[in-house]
Design a binder for this molecule. Structure first.
Ligand SMILES: [Zn+2]
Length: 59
């Protein structure tokens, strides 16, 4: 059975995937970082950078 890694979309053998559904621990960590850092911000756990956000709005 083959599955696609949610992070890099690489096709992997399910039974060989140690960090399934991810192809590797690295992809798992990337996805976790995405979850907590970008898509689902939890107040108090992520640091925001007001200066950087202001800079984006200026462009
Ligand atoms: Zn991957």
């Amino acid at each position: 059975m083959n599955v696609n890694c949610p992070t890099c979309n690489k096709q992997i053998e399910w039974s060989n995937a140690h960090s399934r559904p991810f192809c590797s621990e690295r992809c798992q960590l990337i996805d976790l970082g995405k979850w907590s850092g970008e898509e689902h911000r939890i107040p108090g756990t992520t640091q925001t950078h007001p200066d950087e956000e202001a800079d984006i709005h200026h462009r």
